[in-house]
Design a protein around this ligand. Structure first.
Ligand SMILES: Nc1ncnc2c1ncn2[C@@H]1O[C@H](COP(=O)(O)OP(=O)(O)OP(=O)(O)O)[C@@H](O)[C@H]1O
Length: 244
């Protein structure tokens, strides 16, 4: 479970303003909002990569503090839009970077990679390639496998499908949804796309200028928008069928 209470962060200006959000174990929340509203900063704060100015984060009931930040980070897999794979390492080396450090033997690593290749529909023959020789979709499957290597209960995903073409994106959305459900992960996923947010999320949290304006199901957000901004945000999603 993830729980944040009154998280605030400023740089030159306020980026997050008293952000409180709860994600129950096994549920997915899609975080959506305009560019620059603070979504990535919020994820990085939950991941323990950035210190908030104030507020509290609880991961599975434990309050995050400097002494347990590393242990709590191990409970979270993190996937970013660009994949974040190390370019000089092969896909397999990217996957085993942390397990190697933790002293896993080769057989255990191979078994886990085999399991995750099946789960993510990754062709194992790609694992000896460097990231530059993988397509965007393949690289994101590797990033997802890397995030899942230690079987963390939580996944934080920052626009994981942002730079993927529509057909592969559609396929990956289906795969992600079944992976989240099959593995019962607690997921916070950032996206710009309301359709994707609704498809993948049990709930949607809509953010504007560092504040969460509304949290709820897609039905609640469409039928009972909290304010004019939410209404406009929903209306601003263009369907290709509009022009048909
Ligand atoms: N290290 C930093 N120093 C100064 N300002 C920062 C820093 N990191 C983020 N910001 C600012 O904080 C605001 C929120 O950035 P953030 O990346 O969290 O937004 P976002 O909602 O994820 O945007 P996008 O959807 O475009 O990725 C932006 O105005 C950004 O310029």
């Amino acid at each position: 479970m993830i729980q944040t209470r009154y998280i605030s962060k400023s740089y030159d200006q306020k980026v997050l303003d008293d952000v409180s959000l709860s994600i129950e174990k096994g549920k997915t929340v899609s975080l959506i909002g305009p560019s620059g509203c603070g979504k990535s900063t919020f994820l990085r704060i939950i991941m323990g990569l950035i210190q908030p100015d104030s507020g509290e984060i609880q991961i599975d009931g434990k309050v995050m503090a400097s002494k347990n930040a590393l242990a709590l980070r191990r409970k979270m897999g993190y996937v970013i839009q660009s994949g974040g794979l190390f370019p000089h390492l092969t896909a397999r080396e990217n996957l085993t970077l942390v397990t190697h450090y933790l002293g896993w033997d080769k057989a255990k690593e191979n078994e886990r990679i085999q399991e995750l290749s099946e789960l993510t529909n990754m062709n194992p023959s790609m694992l000896n390639r460097k990231p530059e020789n993988l397509s965007g979709g393949q690289a994101q499957r590797i990033s997802l496998m890397r995030a899942l290597m230690l079987d963390p209960p939580i996944l934080l995903m920052d626009e994981p499908l942002g730079s993927i073409d529509p057909l592969v994106r559609y396929e990956l959305q289906n795969d992600l949804r079944s992976i989240f459900r099959e593995l019962n992960k607690t997921v916070l996923l950032v996206t710009h796309d309301l359709g994707e947010a609704a498809f993948l999320g049990d709930e949607i949290a809509l953010m504007k200028a560092g504040e969460i304006i509304q949290t709820g199901s897609i039905k609640e957000i469409i039928e009972h928008p909290a304010n004019e901004f939410v209404k406009q945000f929903v209306q601003a999603q263009r369907s290709p069928l509009e022009e048909y």
